[in-house]
Design a protein around this ligand. Structure first.
Ligand SMILES: [Zn+2]
Length: 340
């Protein structure tokens, strides 16, 4: 039942969700691209920035730039919501109407996580009453923009005119928002540890199908996630900042960072080569530990297999039901053990 493209990589996965760590890593390289104005503020109205080393080459290593930060919670929370909504659509997680909070299917992000559904078991949860907690098997980090803050931000005025009959501008509220412009790229890695092939497909599905990220619902921006590489191994090699700084070196060296970036500057239209894959392979071979990158044609085939699950409702339902059964059986085993 595993996707055919994963057959040669089964040694990097578990048949069943394991109770103990074995450090089987799968790293997904994602290039996030803003397709509209986006706001990644945590508090206040300013974008979060960090002054960081521009790159590693001699000239770039001495230079620092202010990079806009997309914190990890801002990346993962929307993806969890995508997956959870799908599970709910097929009745695998409660919809919050009807079932009591004690129902095994009721699961609410933040306030009452069930500890048994695929989301809780994979992405983790804090201790639930009477049960142990679950560490996330998905590791992520904050992401950083390639170009500097001043190149990719804009103050946008929100003009909220109150609809009052007395007219005039007295009731108008002006607010300026520090906003990220479209076509900003953030290289990211999502790392999975000790997962089953189905859990990996679930995470890929969540990455590929999530489009809204950012501040509160009414200020979210559209982001397109390009899955550009996958590596398997027993160590965690790729980090977001490393990728950003190495990409910076390549693109700055060719003078490409002065103007807006295009996807074609990272990956060739046919999906072969491209700067981001060069950097990906450089990092894998430079760092210690076993790793294996999935060749590009295989990655394409894998993504098509994932689409064929998610493009059809029946396939989605079958897949998610199987995923749900496995998660609940793992949770029962784990809880049974911790009670003994
Ligand atoms: Zn849950």
């Amino acid at each position: 039942m595993t996707l055919p493209s994963l057959n040669k990589y089964l040694r990097y996965f578990h048949e069943q969700i394991p109770l103990f760590r074995q450090n089987k890593y799968v790293q997904i390289l994602v290039l996030r691209e803003t397709k509209s104005y986006a706001i990644f503020t945590t508090e206040g109205d300013a974008l979060d920035t960090e002054q960081l080393q521009a790159g590693y080459t001699d000239t770039n290593a001495k230079k620092t730039i202010d990079r806009v930060v997309m914190f990890k919670r801002k990346q993962i929370a929307p993806e969890r919501r995508t997956g959870k909504a799908l599970l709910r659509q097929f009745g695998l997680v409660g919809d919050g109407n009807g079932e009591p909070k004690s129902s095994p299917k009721a699961c609410y992000l933040m306030e009452g996580m069930c500890g048994e559904c695929p989301d809780c078991v994979l992405y983790g949860f804090a201790a639930v009453q009477g049960e142990s907690s679950q560490k996330s098997r998905l590791l992520t980090d904050s992401a950083f923009t390639l170009r500097s803050y001043t190149q990719i931000q804009k103050m946008i005025k929100l003009n909220a005119i109150q609809d009052k009959t007395e007219g005039g501008v007295a009731g108008s509220a002006f607010a300026e928002r520090d906003t990220l412009i479209p076509q900003v790229f953030l290289p990211c890695v999502e790392t999975l540890v000790d997962v089953t092939p189905d859990e990996f497909v679930y995470v890929l599905g969540n990455i590929l199908q999530t489009t809204r990220y950012g501040a509160e619902a009414n200020r979210e921006g559209y982001i397109r996630n390009h899955v550009v590489g996958i590596s398997f191994g027993n160590v965690e090699k790729l980090s977001n900042l490393d990728l950003t700084q190495r990409l910076y070196d390549k693109l700055a060296g060719e003078g490409q960072l002065a103007d807006a970036l295009h996807l074609s500057q990272f990956i060739n239209a046919d999906g072969t080569d491209g700067v981001i894959l060069e950097v990906f392979e450089e990092l894998l071979s430079a760092l210690p530990g076993h790793s294996l990158a999935m060749p590009n044609p295989e990655l394409k085939a894998l993504l098509n297999e994932v689409y064929s699950i998610y493009n059809e409702l029946d396939n989605s339902q079958d897949f998610l039901t199987r995923l749900d059964t496995a998660a609940r059986s793992y949770a029962n085993t784990k809880n049974g053990r911790s009670r003994n």
